[in-house]
Design a protein around this ligand. Structure first.
Ligand SMILES: *Cc1c(COP(=O)(O)O)cnc(C)c1O
Length: 257
């Protein structure tokens, strides 16, 4: 997976990389068509890019990706490690991608991690039957994989998300935050763009901020700067409205200090 990333910082020091990965800009259909050739096996993407700076795909682009995969017999892989389990206001972020008839655009493989274990180490790969048949128990083992405590925790996560209506919480608080941030006159001069889905929000600044992590900590919040100019907001999806509002006030205060 280190070989797959387009971020050189993550790759540095881990040579030799697995060869064959080509990274391209998102939402550029012409470039994508040009890049696919007889050697191409799969297309992999994060439905919302996390480390890349909370970058959103257009439905048109994803629709085209799906078409190209179908036409050329390529495997479409959605990495939902960050975006899955409710973060974007749906169970999985790819459920935001729709064809004109309203149907969801599905991957052939989907991966989950992080939230799927609720703090315990769990990673999941789903695959369509014909692909799943290629990887059966013992073809790719892991000493501590599939242990009962982690699996019980992971199963519980899904029950809790459903019972506590956390998809709805993520969607509602995400929309609230977008309009709260977009309509703040103090923030406007600093900001190039605000984008997001559910509780995965990126505030792209015009200039790289100075000492922003320290300014956040002084105000009781941990801020994360990604792609050098993007503040990424991703609170737990069970956050209360009250706490989220306080947090957003602190974000604005840190960014305008
Ligand atoms: C964290 C992360 C990974 C790595 O997941 P592991 O479970 O640590 O292997 C992969 N993809 C994305 C998008 C991530 O955010």
């Amino acid at each position: 997976m280190i070989s797959a990333t387009g971020n050189p910082k993550i790759k540095a020091g881990f040579d030799p990389a697995v060869p064959g990965f080509i990274n391209i800009e998102l939402n550029d259909i012409a470039l994508l068509e040009k890049t696919i050739d007889a050697e191409t096996a799969a297309i992999m993407l994060e439905p919302v890019q996390g480390e890349g700076g909370v970058n959103l795909f257009s439905s048109e682009f994803i629709q085209k990706v799906r078409e190209l995969c179908d036409r050329n017999n390529l495997t479409l892989i959605f990495d939902e490690v960050w975006t899955g389990c409710g973060r974007t206001g749906r169970w999985f972020a790819h459920q935001h991608f729709r064809r004109s008839d309203g149907s969801v655009i599905l991957p052939d493989i989907m991966t989950l991690g992080k939230a799927v274990g609720g703090g315990l180490p769990v990673g999941v790969m789903f695959a369509k039957t014909e692909l799943a048949k290629l990887l059966v128990p013992s073809t790719h083992g892991s000493t501590l994989g599939g242990n009962a405590i982690c699996m019980a925790a992971s199963r519980t996560i899904f029950d809790v998300i459903e019972r506590e209506k956390l998809l709805n919480n993520a969607a509602t608080l995400g929309e609230f935050a977008m309009s709260r941030l977009q309509n703040d006159p103090k923030l406007a001069p600093k900001v190039a763009n605000i984008r997001g889905r559910g509780l995965m929000i990126g505030i792209e600044l015009k200039d790289a901020p100075d000492k922003i992590v320290e300014k956040g900590l002084e105000r009781g919040i941990v801020l994360n700067l990604t792609a050098s100019k993007v503040i990424r907001l991703a609170p737990p999806i069970n956050i209360s409205r009250d706490l989220w509002e306080q947090g957003l006030d602190a974000v604005v205060s840190a960014l305008t200090a």
